[in-house]
Ligand binder design. Structure first.
Ligand SMILES: *[C@@H]1O[C@H](CO)[C@@H](O)[C@H](O)[C@H]1NC(C)=O
Ligand SMILES: *[C@@H]1O[C@H](CO)[C@@H](O)[C@H](O)[C@H]1NC(C)=O
Ligand SMILES: *[C@@H]1O[C@H](CO)[C@@H](O)[C@H](O)[C@H]1NC(C)=O
Ligand SMILES: *[C@@H]1O[C@H](CO)[C@@H](O)[C@H](O)[C@H]1NC(C)=O
Length: 149
């Protein structure tokens, strides 16, 4: 007779398999869970930043590793609760953290005129743009196929 879940490892494996409809993540995205988990990433990032001298806060290369770890953390936690990453909620959270730490970099430091763009465009906008471009490509290709057929 079939015995389900012989080992506890079977459980996460089963949960990772997408449903046949392919909507496993969209339909089960738990935004409450995401809003609970993201602040943990923010806290970890704040702890890291405390080790960096405040006057270096506008120099991205000084804390790039921490920032990447932070973005990765938001990605991991977002996917754990079944949501796509990036998504608007996660982005507004990241932007808030960004504002909290780097709002003073905008005017006071000459060498970093526009920190939101410097940091956010490579790390957030590019994946978003890629998503948009990919979606556009799919539409465009299917349209083109329609016409060719
Ligand atoms: C969503 O997450 C919250 C907080 O972790 C939890 O209390 C709730 O049960 C979750 N909802 C679903 C549908 O999983
Ligand atoms: C930023 O930090 C890097 C690495 O410590 C350093 O090489 C660079 O000179 C710094 N840039 C500025 C503008 O302070
Ligand atoms: C993000 O973090 C996870 C878990 O710590 C790790 O397995 C993964 O390689 C990291 N990804 C990147 C792009 O750093
Ligand atoms: C930005 O500057 C203000 C005024 O000097 C200061 O009170 C605040 O703590 C600074 N914020 C950050 C994140 O450094």
């Amino acid at each position: 007779q079939y015995t389900p879940s012989r080992s506890p490892l079977n459980v996460p494996l089963v949960m990772v398999i997408p449903s046949p409809g392919g909507c496993a993540r969209v339909c089960c995205c738990n935004e409450t869970g995401m809003l609970e988990r993201l602040p943990r990433c923010g806290k970890a990032f704040a702890t890291m930043m405390r080790k960096v001298d405040v006057w270096k806060w506008c120099n991205l290369s000084e804390f790039m590793v921490y920032y990447e770890r932070f973005t990765n953390c938001t990605e991991v936690e977002t996917i754990i609760v079944g949501c796509y990453w990036p998504n608007p909620l996660a982005q507004s959270f990241i932007t808030g953290i960004h504002r909290q730490f780097f709002s003073n970099c905008t005017r006071n430091r000459g060498h970093w005129e526009d920190p939101p763009d410097e940091v956010l465009i490579p790390l957030i906008a590019v994946p978003v743009l890629l998503t948009v471009v990919m979606a556009g490509l799919v539409v465009w290709r299917s349209r083109r196929t329609d016409r060719l057929l």
